[in-house]
Design a protein around this ligand. Sequence first.
Ligand code: SAM
Ligand code: SF4
Length: 343
Amino acid sequence: MSPYDAPAVYANPPALIDGYGRNVTYLRLSVTDRCDLRCVYCMAEHMVFLPKAEVLSLEELERVASAFVALGVRKLRITGGEPLVRKGLMSLMGELSRHLRSGALDELTLTTNGTRLTELADELARVGVKRINVSLDTLKPELFRRLTRGGDIAKVLTGIDAAQAAGLAVKINAVALKNDNAAELPELVAWAHGRGLDMTLIETMPMGEVDEDRTDQFLSLADVRRDFESFWTLTDIPLTTGGPARYVRVEETGGRLGFITPLTHNFCDLCNRVRLTCTGTLHTCLGQDDATDLRAVMRAGADDAGLIDAIRQGIDGKPKGHDFHIGRGEAPAVARHMSTTGG
Ligand code: SAM
Ligand code: SF4
């Protein structure tokens, strides 16, 4: 039993309320900055990865995630980098799944590039994962290879098959890229819906230096939506996840489609989420540089009350909103890469 299962630590009700009255109930936890792919919008071609000592150990990840759960986080998403390349991940997931069994956690989930799902889907289902997000920007093998700098799409497609066979609900996430997959997006949506999968489109976000100019990659989802509406009927669905996605039903396919538009200020007021990097830095806003170093707190030998205090202080400082903007030749709004922060 972890110390966080014991209620005695909390003098106050275990809710994480920020300075603007928002209740934080969703943690995205990055377990590694490493990845077996090098997506062009996410990483530079020659990424320098963090020394192992800087990355939280499995024990530290378990401790800090459990502290958040004890403080009222109900949904935990494991991400990266590519979470499924982290050694020992399945034992961490197994440990964390006790919060599902105790009822403290509603959902334990994962965002993955899908390349290792063929081996791991059954095990994910066994530890209580019900739904996963798989990132896939194209169905064309050559384009996939170029966008991921060398990836093999067959592995992802068989991984998705394995996930569905294991009973996992799969949502496909695709980044909309003006010069690369823009024309293919309707086909990608129809493919996902044809397999009974939800689909979400994401605008590129200015995070971390990559090798291309993002102004060239940026495709407005407002334009994509207008284009879709010229041949599909899109009906708004009142589905709020507290996140930046707005959902519609595509009447012709019968499937659900989400649009994540971080560049338009349309979701900060309802934001219920925070992120913890694989180095233990708490970021309470994806688009701001605010940071609380929970690794330093843990490695300085803080007891549970000290760690909880540090988490509460970090949440207290959650900014009101972000300030993304993509301009030609501009530096990224935040210097850290999505692969470090956890998408
Ligand atoms: N490796 C896993 C994957 O690709 O799903 C999890 C981590 S990845 C950083 C999480 C999500 O962030 C992916 O869907 C990816 O497409 C997205 N992403 C990465 N860099 C991005 C950027 N600059 N703008 C928008 N989305 C980005
Ligand atoms: Fe890896 Fe995911 Fe980033 Fe692609 S988006 S490089 S799969 S971490």
